[in-house]
Structure formats: C-alpha cells, structure tokens
Design a protein around this ligand. Structure first.
Ligand SMILES: *Cc1c(COP(=O)(O)O)cnc(C)c1O
Length: 393
C-alpha cells in the first residue's frame, strides 16, 4: 500500500472512532498462522491472537473455504427458519461437550452469550441474585457488565443489575457464604483472563458446583476465552471435571468470524418461555458454517494437545529469564501471564516497536500471551528472547 494511503486510513480510524480504544500506531493488513503484517510489510509475531479469537491461526484455510462457500450459498436466515448449517453446528458442538449440555442458544459475541445465560438462569430459578468473582470479566453490555468486577469499567454505569455479590476468586468459604436460597446463578471463568491470567483451583470450581446444586442455583462457566483448546483441553472444564448448567463460548468458536453461544441443560432451556429471548443475527448461516469448520479443524488437529505441550514449556522458558522485574509467570496451556512488579505497558510497547512481537495486557502489571495454538516452537522461542531483551536491558 502506498504510504500516503495507509497513513490517511490509519488517521481516519483514529480520528473518526468513538475514542474508547487506545489504538496502536500501526495498520495491520494481513495474517497467516501466528504472523501478521503491517502496511509497510513488516512481520509481527502475534501473541494477542485477536484477544483469543485466532486459536486456529489467522487465515485458517478450512474456515476461509467454509466462509466462501457459505457466502455464495446463503448469508441471511433468521432462527425461525431452519437452515442446514445451523443443525450441523449444533450437532457438532454438542458432540464435543459433556452430554448434559445439549441445548444451544447462538449469539454474535461473548457478552451476548453471558446476557443469554443470565436470562436463562433468571427464567429457570425465578430468582435474581447473582454471584461473580473479583477480577472477573464477563463483558461490557449492561447485564454482563454487572458481573464484570473492574470498578473502572462498572462504576460509571451504576446502577446495574442487582443484587450481585463479588467474592474473592478461589475462596471456597466466601463462595459458600455468598450462595443462598435467593441466588439464581454463580458465574465464573475457569481461568480469569482479563483479570490477570489466574487459573481456578479444582477445589473452588468443585465447591461452586456443589453449593449451587445444594441451593438450587445454576452454575454458569464462562469459557469465552478458555474454550477451543486454549488451556490444553478442548474446554477448560475438562481439567476440573465440573459440568456447569450453562456454558458460554465465543472468541475462537467461529475461527475468526463473530460467533458466541450459551449451551445449557435441557431443563434450563425449557424454562424460558417461547419468545422470551431472541436475536436477529445470532445463528446466521455464515457464522454457523465458520463454527462447523472451526470445530472440525480443532477436532482433527487436536490443537489443545499442542497447547498442553507448548504452554508449560513456554512458561518454563519465561521463568528462566533472570530479571528482578518479574513477580510471577502463571497460566494454563497457551493462556499465559507474566506478572511484573511494575507497570506492564512500557514493556508491551517495546516488544512491539523493538521486536515486532504483539502481546496484550491483563490488568496494570500483567503481560498476557494468547498466541494462535498453531504457533511454532521456534516462534515462541523468539518471543521469549524478545521478553528477555526488554526486561533485562
Ligand atoms: C472476551 C470475554 C468476554 C466478552 O466477549 P465479547 O465478545 O468481547 O463481548 C466475556 N467473558 C470473557 C471471559 C472474555 O474473555
């Protein structure tokens, strides 16, 4: 692209935008696997991975092919009018989940999947109280935002849904105290992503399952970021042996195409009155076709095994970096956080500018890595060397 053109387009994006995002000073034009290229042809290693959307790699050929074929066949068809890709998606998704989770509500995003989960939980229990975790992230629309902990995101928009009780993550006693006969649902991430890459302890998720069952509340697991192989299993719930009443998925589910779902037990689905919830774009044929291709690709390549192998190795290599700036390296599979004793932003900027490695933040002090699961070991090695360079020089 000619320099004047791309500069003007970058300027247009920056100046005409609502302004809610802090934008980087680069224009990305193409992606392949774990690499992306800017308008000047510079290559970057992408450990942002679209915030966890690009698990199957940028430009995954099977997803691309399915999208092309579907675009030529049928793009728009609302859910009252059945279409083959929707049945195929439901069947494929349900076949890789615990058998109890067999009713699907498709959405266009993660936050919409959580909105649906809240409404289904309210309809099923007739109760309103919700329990979520401190440092939890559930999305930005008003219902999901009510369960997102970060005060900076939530407080300007109060009052939100209530009552919501936030408990410390991994605190079994606090969880048991919070869930009572008024509680409609407990919503938890198996690994907190946005909140700093914090895996749940098995005791915590198992206690969440037990106490919700005892009190007649539902357990909602938000696997929007942890699903689709990210943590070293297809879905993180497999690490914990916990089956929720509602599971929410999005991010990598459509192989890069916007797609989310709430998947639930049949009794939960049955509690919603006909027409009690809905969506125009949710379940559209294009997203359904992309979802089928993404799920099939994941099954065939078993990319979660790659995450299970590369993740611990990558974390070990990061732990070998000898820098007084590092507090901790933690994660599960290829969902990895490097916590510093100081602000992460300057290092994230240097990784991009000096080493062409894109990473993201998770709270003020954590550098988060969500590389496509197809990333080569040699590329992760380069990421380690870049991190070492910025932290030790
Ligand atoms: C990204 C994310 C969401 C919100 O998904 P959107 O598609 O951005 O609305 C919700 N929960 C978790 C755990 C997420 O990582």
């Amino acid at each position: 692209m000619v320099k004047e053109d791309w500069r003007a387009l970058l300027e247009a994006e920056k100046t005409l935008d609502s302004g809610v995002f802090t934008k980087h000073d680069l224009l990305l034009v193409r992606g392949q696997g774990a690499r992306v290229w800017d308008a000047e042809g510079h290559e970057y290693l992408d450990c942002v991975g679209g915030y966890g959307v690009a698990n199957l790699g940028h430009g995954n050929p099977e997803v691309v092919e399915a999208v092309k074929r579907q675009a030529e066949t049928l793009l728009a068809m609302p859910q009252t009018l059945p279409t083959p890709t929707r049945g195929e998606f439901y069947r494929t998704l349900v076949s890789v989940l615990p058998p109890e989770l067999n009713r699907v509500f498709p959405t266009n995003s993660g936050t919409e999947a959580n909105e649906a989960a809240i409404k289904f939980a309210w309809a099923h229990t007739g109760r309103r109280k919700l329990v979520a975790a401190m440092r939890g992230f559930s999305g930005r629309t008003l219902g999901s935002l009510s369960l997102t902990w970060e005060p900076k995101y939530r407080e300007p928009f109060l009052p939100l849904l209530g009552p919501v009780e936030f408990i410390p993550y991994n605190d079994v006693e606090a969880l048991r105290r919070a869930v009572d006969e008024e509680t409609a649902a407990v919503l938890l991430e198996p690994v907190q992503g946005e909140g700093g890459v914090r895996p749940a302890t098995p005791e915590f998720l198992q206690a969440a399952r037990e106490v919700t069952r005892e009190k007649g509340a539902l357990l909602i697991l938000d696997e929007i970021q942890t699903g689709m192989g990210r943590t070293g299993r297809r879905f993180a719930l497999e690490h914990y042996g916990v089956v929720p009443d509602i599971l929410t998925l999005a991010k990598a589910l459509g192989g890069g195409v916007p797609l989310g779902t709430a998947v639930m037990r049949e009794e939960v689905a049955r509690s919603m009155p006909k027409g009690g919830h809905g969506t125009t774009f949710g379940g559209n044929p294009l997203a359904m076709a992309a979802g089928v291709a993404a799920l099939r690709y994941l099954e065939r390549t078993r990319l979660w095994e790659r995450a299970a192998e590369l993740g611990p190795w990558f974390m070990e290599r990061l732990r070998e970096i000898s820098s007084p700036r590092i507090r901790e390296v933690r994660g599960l599979g290829l969902m990895v956080g490097l916590e510093l004793k100081e602000k992460a932003a300057p290092y994230i900027q240097r990784l991009e500018r000096e080493h062409r490695v894109l990473v993201l933040q998770a709270g003020p002090t954590v550098i988060r890595f969500l590389p496509p699961l197809v990333i080569e070991k040699a590329d992760l090695e380069r990421v380690v060397e870049a991190v070492r360079a910025v932290l030790t020089q």
